[in-house]
Write a protein that binds this ligand. Structure first.
Ligand SMILES: Cc1ncc(COP(=O)(O)O)c(C=O)c1O
Length: 498
């Protein structure tokens, strides 16, 4: 018989060493993650989490930490308990309501730290005594617990396995539907016999060619294992605990990752008209602000900030701030007032521009991206780079892809045609969307997008539910081939009718 998911309760508690905001918020996230992991619960299954803290904890509410760690749409509630004589001090308790196919008796309750003493009666209690220092696991940096693991788009193979489907399309990770640059593919094939040799740690040939193309010095280029790695390297180079990183939300999650990894504080502002709010960011800059990330055009919305706004922003931003423009979708942009930010790098401003070979060049699987930074910034970042961070196939492919203007033009044209067609079909379905300068469209479904996402999966179409971006009624879809776009619209129309 089909087992329908039911609402189940998971209990948990954790103690903290001190009444500080950092201790409370990171403990709350650690507890939440442990409760989710032990019960194999995904964010979408959580109906709500209710926290309470003992009266000796008044520096912060646990919900704040959990929200900052990435549970932006889950309803969270925090409350302070009344004093109870003899109760365990500095304790955070949680009740998580989830939908699950498991029976209530099968749910695992989590008690961490001193809180393990609280419920010796529960047979399904899981404690973390084993991971306390001195009991088999070395102590670790507590800031690690602030990092929410990256949630990628669902791989095609996973959906095939789960649903027994053979015909699956993925429009979830903004990959190039035409595949890799053919020139890159041929170059990689030729280079495979040299796989026993370490890659060139300096990416010499690629560096020369790209520097020439961009009109910058070779040493002003920072290559990474994807631009993801360049974001991380910037964090490792510049961020210390106590520093602040400023972004608008929703946006690409790697900026939060870099901040949390280094123990810096992530400060967020809402987007304005779906793009980064540069005026709001200027007003939010303070002496602790170290890096401002500007995703332009922004993922997941596809909207952009224009040259005028960027000029104005850079004229006013104080010198202690590093401004990072993430331009992963640069080659797809057609707006005429889009800024050429490499010019600011050439002026020697504290600006880094990030680009990637993953998108229009179709090399996402090889992992290669780069940053362009003035020498005084780049030479610091080069120090933290791992010796062979960009593999040899990626270097060879990127070099060939740089020369493959035909593939870039074809990909951009396909994207423009697909975008126009999708706009038209979405309008027919009476759905609103954000006009996009990228290879994806952010669509306002005006209903729970998780349901629609699931309905699309049932029909072999993988898109991206807005929940992961804190936008539970939105769906992000990558613009595919004409056939993929048609399948998406057909499936969407069916699901929306239900
Ligand atoms: C805005 C943005 N920046 C960076 C990346 C990461 O690109 P890469 O594959 O070069 O790590 C992505 C990938 O989706 C992205 O959307």
């Amino acid at each position: 018989m089909l087992q329908l998911p039911m609402t189940r309760g998971i209990r948990g508690a954790i103690t903290v060493d001190e009444n500080t905001e950092t201790a409370i918020t990171s403990a709350a996230w650690r507890l939440t993650q442990a409760m989710m992991d032990a019960n194999q619960v995904e964010v979408e299954q959580i109906a709500c989490i209710i926290f309470s803290v003992t009266p000796d904890l008044d520096a912060a509410f646990p919900a704040t930490g959990v929200r900052l760690a990435g549970l932006t749409t889950t309803p969270l509630f925090s409350t302070r308990e009344i004093p109870v004589p003899g109760s365990l001090p500095r304790c955070i308790r949680a009740l998580m309501l989830v939908t699950s196919n498991l029976k209530q008796e099968e749910m695992r309750h989590i008690y961490l730290g001193e809180a393990t003493k609280l419920r010796p009666d529960l047979s399904t209690v899981q404690t973390d005594m084993a991971d306390e220092p001195g009991a088999g696991i070395p102590s670790y940096r507590k800031t690690v617990l602030n990092i929410a693991p990256y949630q990628p788009g669902k791989p095609i193979s996973e959906l095939r396995r789960e649903k027994g489907l053979t015909d699956v399309i993925k429009l979830a990770s903004n990959e190039n539907p035409l595949g890799p640059s053919p020139k890159a593919l041929a170059a990689v094939q030729q280079s495979l016999t040299s796989l026993h040799i370490y890659p060139d740690g300096n990416c010499f040939e690629l560096r020369q060619a790209l520097a020439k193309r961009l009109g910058v010095e070779g040493m002003e280029l920072i290559f990474g294992n994807g631009s993801d790695e360049v974001i991380k390297m910037l964090g490792v180079t510049f961020l210390e605990p106590g520093d602040e990183v400023l972004v608008c939300e929703p946006t690409f999650s790697e900026y939060a990752y870099a901040a949390n990894l280094m123990g810096a504080k992530l400060r967020t502002l809402p987007l304005k008209d779906h793009a980064f709010d540069l005026e709001g960011m200027l007003a939010a800059v303070n002496p602790k602000t170290k890096i401002v990330f500007i995703c332009n055009p922004n993922n997941p919305t596809g909207a952009y900030v224009d040259k005028g706004a960027v000029d104005d922003f850079l004229a006013k931003i104080p010198e202690h701030v590093l401004v990072v423009f993430d331009e992963a979708y640069y080659e797809y942009v057609t707006a005429e007032d889009y800024p050429e930010t490499i010019e600011y790098v050439k002026e020697g401003r504290n600006v880094v521009v990030l680009r990637t070979f993953s998108k229009i060049h179709g090399l996402a699987g090889l992992r290669i991206g780069y940053g362009v930074a003035p020498g005084h910034i780049a030479k610091l970042v080069h120090r933290v780079r791992e010796p062979f961070n960009v593999n040899s196939a990626a270097q060879v492919a990127a070099l060939a892809a740089l020369d493959d203007d035909e593939h870039v033009t074809k990909s951009r044209d396909l994207n423009e045609t697909g975008k126009a067609w999708l706009y038209q079909e979405l309008t027919k379905l009476r759905l609103e969307y954000v006009p996009s300068q990228t290879n994806f469209i952010f669509i306002d479904l005006k209903r729970d997008s998780q349901e629609v996402y699931q309905g699309l999966l049932d029909r072999g179409v993988i898109a991206r539910s807005g929940g992961v971006f804190g936008c539970p009624t939105w769906l992000r879809v990558t613009i595919g081939t004409a056939e993929e776009n048609r399948r998406f619209i057909e499936a969407l129309a069916e699901v929306m009718e239900r």
